[in-house]
Ligand binder design. Structure first.
Ligand code: ME8
Length: 512
């Protein structure tokens, strides 16, 4: 029986076209999912779209479409982005699916049966852009005297009947859970923020969980005048996808989730509201919620009005999907903010992909093609330099895996790059081109060491750059069914024929 691993991205609002921020979360989650599969896990990887609520209803009206037609169209764009980014999600959930309405109503009924829902009235501020309620004290006033949410979103004053979730009664249990489980929220600083919020004098309040001023949502069971607050339905997607309310099928196998990967904007929904809902419904809590940082583009916040929203498909057309995936995870510490610029993407492509990794592979493989019969060379006696290189190589899978388990993707890549650079230093130092004239046995041994190194590096980089590494592993003579981490223990047999080498990472030259 394989161990299981269940991970999710947020489900994205279909109010507008996806951009690199959305692609970022999908790609990071995909690297993790692919890594875990290669490490022998039975992975369930979920992404999808969040299609209810006032914001989506408004966007549909602005587009002159009925909400279902509109969400069908925009959801298809998100699914297309996932496909183009090579995302290996096992399911793409849409909250307008009948099974999801059923699951949302089921959890509502469970909360109600457990005594955690009551009818009242909401009077206060609401930001449609954030689909979030705000206290008067949280609001800021801009230069025009307009009241705004702390996120900058416009707010409106709402008075309407509403059902409430008794969230306030879960504060103590949430604090205890977070304190007893240091890995429940990452990164560490964000965990402290959540604890600070829960322990603040305002503490946890009851949450308004239904709306009556519009219709685009899941109807509240037994009271059709209300639709559920969009976040209540949205968060439930994580259990809809695995069969809730049926507790015996995939849910029994995959719940609790191993990881909810989200952006920092929605951590509180995932680290406070969702766990409170689960506690109230007598369901186990996810093992971890990790909040990554925020991308700007060429130094500016992405927005339709600035006109700098980048479609990740355009970037993939211009630079390739793998360089884009690599760049997004390499450029900044996962968990902190990043700035996207074409210049830095091109720099990393040329320095790290073309020069460091591409050259190491190209130099080694073309030398073997020309001077060692185009086959896996014979391994020889081990010198101290060889032993050092091999030790670094063999430590990689564990150290990179540990970084990935902490969602430290940047660190995982840096650890691999240190070894790639030491491979380049090794080839320069050992100089097989000189050995060619003096010591063919040693020349072969050096080349074999380089191929053994390249095989490990390419195997471990598959989750980050799946297409390029498939090409690389083809050239290294690694059979398609021997590319998981368990196969690393079986070296390529000497004499294995290698296909003619072809560069995997050309230098990117900006068109004049
Ligand atoms: O919040 N930088 O959906 P959403 C980095 N439907 N990541 C970004 C980003 C940026 N500039 N912009 C967006 C919602 N993201 C809810 C979620 S989950 C039950 C419901 C990513 O379409 C990041 O993952 O606003 C962020 O958390 C998410 O998109 C927000 O997507």
């Amino acid at each position: 029986m394989k161990p299981t691993y269940y991970l999710t991205t947020p489900i994205f609002y279909v109010n507008g076209a996806p951009h690199i921020g959305h692609a970022y979360t999908m790609i990071a989650a995909d690297v993790l999912a692919r890594w875990k599969r290669l490490a022998g896990y039975d992975v369930f990887f979920l992404t999808g779209t969040d299609e209810h609520g006032q914001k989506v209803e408004k966007a549909a009206a602005d587009a002159g479409k009925d909400p279902q037609t509109f969400t069908d169209e925009v959801s298809a764009i998100f699914a297309d982005i996932a496909r183009r980014m090579n995302i290996t999600n096992d399911q793409f959930i849409r909250t307008t699916e009948p099974r999801h309405k059923a699951a949302s109503q089921a959890i509502w009924k469970q909360l109600e049966a457990n005594g955690h829902i009551y009818l009242g009235g909401y009077e206060g501020w609401y930001a449609v852009r954030d689909e979030s309620f705000y206290d008067e004290a949280e609001l800021v006033t801009n230069a025009q005297g307009q009241k705004l949410a702390p996120t900058g979103a416009p707010v409106e004053y709402v008075t309407e009947p509403s059902y409430f979730f008794r969230m306030s009664s879960f504060g103590e249990r949430l604090i205890a859970h977070i304190e007893a489980n240091p890995d429940f929220i990452g990164p560490r600083e964000r965990r402290n923020e959540v604890l600070g919020f829960l322990k603040s004098p305002e503490g946890l309040k009851d949450l308004s969980i239904s709306r009556t001023s519009f219709r685009w949502g899941v109807p509240v069971p037994g009271d059709d005048a209300h639709v559920m607050y969009v976040w209540l339905d949205a968060l439930t997607n994580y259990i809809t996808a695995i069969g809730y309310p049926d507790m015996t099928g995939p849910l029994a196998k995959f719940w609790p989730a191993d990881l909810h990967l989200v952006g920092k904007d929605i951590l509180r929904f995932h680290a406070v509201i969702w766990p409170a809902m689960l506690l109230a419904a007598d369901l186990p809590l996810p093992k971890r919620v990790f909040a990554h940082g925020w991308w700007t583009v060429e130094g500016e916040k992405m927005s339709k009005s600035v006109g700098n929203v980048i479609d990740p498909r355009e970037l993939a057309d211009a630079f390739g999907v793998d360089p884009l995936r690599f760049f997004l995870l390499r450029e900044t510490t996962f968990g902190t903010d990043g700035d996207f610029s074409r210049a830095s993407l091109i720099r990393r492509m040329n320095v790290e992909l073309a020069n460091d990794l591409g050259n190491l592979a190209q130099r080694t493989l073309s030398f073997i093609a020309k001077n060692a019969g185009g086959v896996m060379p014979k391994r020889g006696e081990t010198t101290p330099e060889d032993a050092t290189l091999a030790a670094h190589r063999d430590a990689l899978v564990a150290s990179v895996g540990a970084a990935i388990d902490r969602q430290a993707f940047h660190e995982a890549l840096e650890t691999i790059w240190v070894v790639i650079r030491s491979g380049n230093a090794y080839i320069d130092q050992q100089a097989p081109w000189t050995l060619k004239k003096a010591d063919l046995v040693r020349m072969e041994a050096v080349l074999a060491n380089l191929l053994d190194l390249l095989r490990v590096v390419s195997t471990l980089l598959q989750p980050f750059m799946p297409e390029s590494m498939a090409k690389m592993l083809d050239q290294l003579g690694v059979p398609a069914d021997a590319r998981d981490f368990a196969s690393l223990a079986t070296p390529i047999a000497e004499g294995t024929a290698l296909p003619p080498p072809a560069g995997v990472f050309p230098r990117f030259v900006e068109a004049a």
